[in-house]
Design a protein around this ligand. Structure first.
Ligand SMILES: [Zn+2]
Length: 404
């Protein structure tokens, strides 16, 4: 089952009863986290047994299902807390500061026609929350093949989880093989006997990383006398950086997948597992791999949602192998891959040819073949252009996770 969280804004301010409910919910989560830590329990059921009675007494009218949901949230917090502690990472006691609540699908109603959430607060008290509906939002409400999952409310938005069975990936007519680099996806698109280079540029991702890196360095220096403030500010910088980068990565992934879907392509990516970050001479620091891993994660789950087949292959030697004669080159190379046999090509595009050949040799590209001799050296298709991509899209930031 696939789940996609879709963000909705409210047409009006939240009614005061809802604000109170959010506060109660946060209180319930935080105190059951504390109770759970004390009693060393982390499961929802154990937390319910532990804290339900006390909470019921303090909040006699709170809708029971919300309370159970609060225990579930607390259990999830405790679990990730325990994981961090086990890994030996410094972990403070989890504490929810932001106002929010989560309701499972049986604990709220959604009028999909009019976009109104009916949320029970307590016995005899319901609120109706009217949602702002963009075309993107409308698409989810109108499509009844999506069933409803949980609802997450914060003071300024609702996130509704829509669920559907994973569609069966189509049988591909073509292949889009992509080599993932720090500032771009570079690759080859193969359809029948034609093969041409493709590119999706995202130079701003590295720029944003550099800018935030510098800013964090400056903060650490400036706040060297106050480690707590320094840590807090750095964390905030980190969250902003992630947010900005993820926004761009979503746009790149959408562009690439729309192309793949139009062409009925299978997408070939390198498996980044086990890849170590390289040291950058110009920046004098290690290049972070997370934007690339994140991009793959986004591409993979969006592809799954749309039924686009994705193949991951071992990238070993992909940047140093000649796809024509199979020689493996010395690792030192400029921007151009050159081989004694006379083959030469942009080194990133060349790497994508090798990824493609690996996928084909393993029978993972749906029986498609590829003749490197057919490669058109003078054609470059642009899948994503940051100039054009800077236009904001309403669906750029919605998240999706895969549920079992
Ligand atoms: Zn060669």
């Amino acid at each position: 089952m696939l789940v996609k969280g879709v963000v909705f804004r409210f047409e009006d301010m939240l009614p005061p009863e809802t604000k109170l409910l959010l506060e109660d919910f946060r209180l319930a989560v935080n105190s059951s986290v504390r109770a759970g830590l004390q009693a060393r329990v982390t499961s929802r059921n154990a937390l319910t047994r532990l804290a339900y009675k006390d909470f019921r007494q303090e909040h006699p009218k709170m809708y029971a299902q919300h309370l159970v949901s609060a225990f579930e949230v607390a259990a999830a917090l405790l679990k990730s807390h325990r994981k961090r502690v086990r890994r030996g990472n410094p972990a403070s006691i989890p504490f929810v500061r932001r106002l929010f609540m989560k309701a499972e699908n049986q604990a709220y109603k959604l009028d999909r026609e009019n976009g109104v959430i009916d949320l029970p607060i307590m016995a005899g008290c319901h609120v109706r929350l009217k949602l702002v509906l963009s075309d993107y939002n409308r698409g989810f409400l109108d499509n009844h093949s999506y069933s409803l999952g949980s609802l997450t409310l914060t003071s300024d938005r609702a996130v509704i989880a829509f669920r559907k069975e994973a569609p069966k990936p189509y049988v591909p007519d073509s292949v889009l093989s992509l080599d993932t680099n720090e500032r771009s996806l570079d690759g080859v698109f193969v359809r029948g006997d034609d093969a041409s280079a493709v590119k999706a540029d995202f130079p701003d991702v590295a720029t944003i990383q550099q800018r935030h890196h510098d800013r964090r360095k400056r903060l650490q220096k400036k706040k060297a006398h106050d480690r707590r403030t320094s840590r807090r500010l750095c964390r905030r910088e980190g969250a902003r950086e992630r947010h900005r980068i993820e926004y761009r990565l979503h746009q790149v992934a959408n562009a690439v997948l729309s192309f793949a879907e139009d062409q009925k392509s299978a997408v070939v990516l390198e498996d980044l597992k086990g890849i170590r970050p390289k040291w950058s001479k110009e920046l004098n620091r290690r290049l972070s791999l997370w934007p690339r891993r994140k991009l793959h994660q986004i591409i993979e789950y969006k592809a799954q949602w749309r039924g686009i087949p994705v193949v991951k292959v071992d990238p070993r030697y992909s940047s140093r192998t000649c796809p024509i004669c199979g020689r493996i080159q010395d690792s030192r190379m400029g921007t151009e891959f050159e081989c004694e046999c006379g083959w030469h090509l942009d080194k990133h595009v060349n790497a994508s040819l090798n990824l493609l050949q690996t996928a084909i040799s393993k029978g993972m590209a749906g029986g498609l073949r590829f003749n490197p001799g057919a490669f058109q050296h003078d054609v470059m298709m642009i899948l994503y252009d940051p100039e054009r991509g800077a236009r904001s899209e309403p669906n750029g930031t919605s998240g999706m996770t895969v549920a079992s």
